[in-house]
Design a protein around this ligand. Sequence first.
Ligand SMILES: C[S@@+](CC[C@H](N)C(=O)[O-])C[C@H]1O[C@@H](n2cnc3c(N)ncnc32)[C@H](O)[C@@H]1O
Length: 310
Amino acid sequence: MTRKLGILNKLKNFLKSKLFFYLKSSYKKNLYIHIKKYRSVSESHPYSYEIKKFLEKPKLFKNFKRNKHYMGVVETVTEKEGYEYLKVLESRNDGFLKKALGSVLISDNIGNPLKYFYDGYSIPLSPTTLRYIKVASDLNILFGKKYHNIAEIGAGYGGQTLINDQILDVYSAKLFDLPHVNKLIEKYLNYFLLKGSYKTTFINNEVPTNYDLVLSNYAFSELPKDLQVAYIDKVLKKSKRGYLTMNSGLGGVFSDGKLSAIEILNQLPNVKFLEEYPLTYKYNYIVVWGYENSEKIDKNFKEKKYELNL
Ligand SMILES: C[S@@+](CC[C@H](N)C(=O)[O-])C[C@H]1O[C@@H](n2cnc3c(N)ncnc32)[C@H](O)[C@@H]1O
């Protein structure tokens, strides 16, 4: 009897303890889709659980771009980086910045992003949106304006998709993300009237399709190796052109458990590695293939110099 009471008391104390609250709160803060082996960096991050809350509570959706976990994964661009994207766009003179200033940069309020007043501009601008405009401008230099079908891996909330739709000429986009993130993308994009169309999907639902372009900003690179191989077979190899901003493969903490740059080179012949500018992490680079002419690349980008650890 006394032994039973002892155990009950221990259990009571444990339920009141800090350890129990810590375990309970960290358990609640995760939302996993895959078993551990197939989880990406962001699937293992509290970010994933927060998205579920944005979808359940309109008040949280209203400010989702200011959520601290979300700002650690998607809405990451700093004021200074935003300034650097702005300078690149100004220097290009391709009309993209002007077009964006008259459209997507004005209506950029959904999710309440952090915005800054940059010298010479009368409205505050979101640095993350400036990054998406810079990527659209890169795509135009490398491959031109017109796309029949784009595959985008890890589309965040659909920010790049929206900019591509408004500034490039995109007939359709297929967006691959985690199932609950796809719901956020749909909710976000349906606030806007698109010129083209989009569909969200999950890698296991993919029936092999040919694409004009595959695009991925910091997302293909954060998938574990097995998933990267699945995307290579089902999507990357089916795409005539590619633009992947990478934060793994050439060293640094994110490279653990991912394909190395040499493995990517072996899987995707005729790729070029370009420098990311502005550089947002020491080991970042951009993988491209299917570009129209090398002269344009030489004029607008620097080839990434790297050492492969063979
Ligand atoms: C670092 S964020 C980048 C988001 C967006 N591309 C951008 O540049 O703002 C990584 C993205 O990959 C997505 N992701 C995580 N695991 C994934 C998976 N297994 N398949 C597809 N996307 C995934 C995340 O939900 C998130 O949208």
